[in-house]
Design a protein around this ligand. Structure first.
Ligand SMILES: [Zn+2]
Length: 381
């Protein structure tokens, strides 16, 4: 083993508490030292991600951010301080990371992560970490990682909630969850809705943990963690590659990075939990449907399934035809989406929310649960 393949005594002392962890050891620490991580955004999420990765001994961190440090950043973007106000965030962040780990190599990308450099940057690094706050960059990062065969760790935060996604090549991507980039104005921004700095710390620290886990080979599947700090709840959503995904599916429509597809929308953060619940039980669905202002119930199964059984009043729009039949779904009424077991309808619910429908909920368990719990006269199949 050459000196380059061994840890120095200094490194052994520095990382001693980490090296003793299962799955790390000296070989894991060397893997971290060899790793090249691209950090998109040196903001509320990028701050804790960068600090923890630097402290953990990641060898090289690239920082892509085109912005300068502003006073309204400081309550949450803890790599920056009053002494770096007005400086490019890349420089300010590099100083802070260098202080925590002088052995770290930092590469600055003050032009940010753009359509012009995305493919090249994704190829130069082992993993991409997305802590940006706008959909254009978020989808660009997601697609670059699929096309460049790179893992992506994604985070977003709003108010007191957020989410952390891990997307491994071939195991399901960001577009498997959110097929279409939302329109401008579909969701509130952090500037409009507000955000707690400590919530950024929760989500960003979780992202850093996931980056380290991926680098150490400890993640085998893509997954999404939805965290609501206010409610004290976090939920793990398992992900599988969707054969119909426009980017990683069997017949992808996104085969290269096209400028028009990533036209910037305003600084927006996807709200992981809007006031309308993402999912309702069949009991709740029945209560709403029999109430004074019943929601529109959309059945997204296929026509032959609909012919077998249906919930009275449901309108059939099979999942694959939803994108071309949006005109039939009004935006100003509450909508329930239902299928056989709740899987397809959850995808459509997420899709409609991404398209700017704020009051859409999935019916948990689908018509199967309806038949078991509400109306046994509806045949099961
Ligand atoms: Zn996908």
């Amino acid at each position: 083993m050459s000196a380059e393949q061994r840890l120095s005594d200094h490194e052994r002392a520095l990382y001693s508490r980490q090296i003793r962890l299962p799955g790390v050891g000296e070989s894991g620490q060397l893997r971290l030292r060899e790793a090249k991580v691209l950090l998109l955004g040196a903001g509320g999420l990028g701050s804790p991600v960068g600090l923890y990765l630097a402290a953990a001994g990641v060898g090289l961190i690239g920082i892509a951010d085109p912005d300068k440090v502003e006073i309204s950043n400081l309550h949450r973007q803890i790599v920056h301080g009053f002494d770096t106000l007005g400086l490019p965030k890349t420089i300010s962040a590099a100083e802070a990371l260098g202080e925590i780990n002088p052995g770290l190599k930092v590469v600055l990308h003050p032009e940010g992560f753009t359509i012009d450099n995305a493919a090249e940057l994704a190829a130069r690094y082992d993993i991409v970490v997305d802590g940006t706050d706008n959909f254009a960059t978020r989808f660009l990062a997601a697609d670059s990682c699929v096309l460049g065969n790179r893992p992506l760790v994604h985070g977003s935060v709003l108010r007191e909630a957020g989410q952390v996604g891990v997307f491994l090549p071939g195991k399901g991507c960001y577009r498997c969850l959110y097929p279409v980039m939302p329109d401008a104005g579909a969701v509130p921004t952090c500037a409009e809705a507000g955000v707690f700095g400590a919530t950024c710390g929760v989500i960003g620290s979780w992202m850093a943990s996931e980056v380290i886990a991926v680098l150490l080979g400890k993640r085998a599947a893509s997954r999404l963690q939805v965290v609501d700090v206010a409610a004290g709840v976090s939920k793990l959503v398992a992900l599988a590659a969707d054969p119909a995904c426009p980017c990683c599916g069997a017949a992808p429509t996104i085969r290269s990075l096209e400028k028009a597809a990533y036209a910037p929308t305003a600084c927006q953060t996807q709200s992981p939990m809007s006031e309308t619940p993402l999912e309702v039980t069949v009991e709740e669905a029945q209560r709403l449907l029999s109430g004074p202002n019943p929601p529109l119930l959309i059945d997204v199964r296929e026509a032959d399934e609909f012919a077998l059984c249906r919930i009275e009043g449901a309108r059939l729009i099979p999942m694959n035809s939803v994108p071309t039949r949006l005109a039939e779904i009004p935006q100003d009424v509450p909508v329930l989406v239902q299928c056989h077991h709740g899987g397809r309808s959850m995808k459509v619910t997420q899709f409609l929310r991404a398209k700017g429908y704020p009051r859409v909920s999935n019916v948990k368990g689908g018509i199967e649960a309806w038949s078991l719990k509400i109306d046994p006269k509806v045949p099961r199949y």
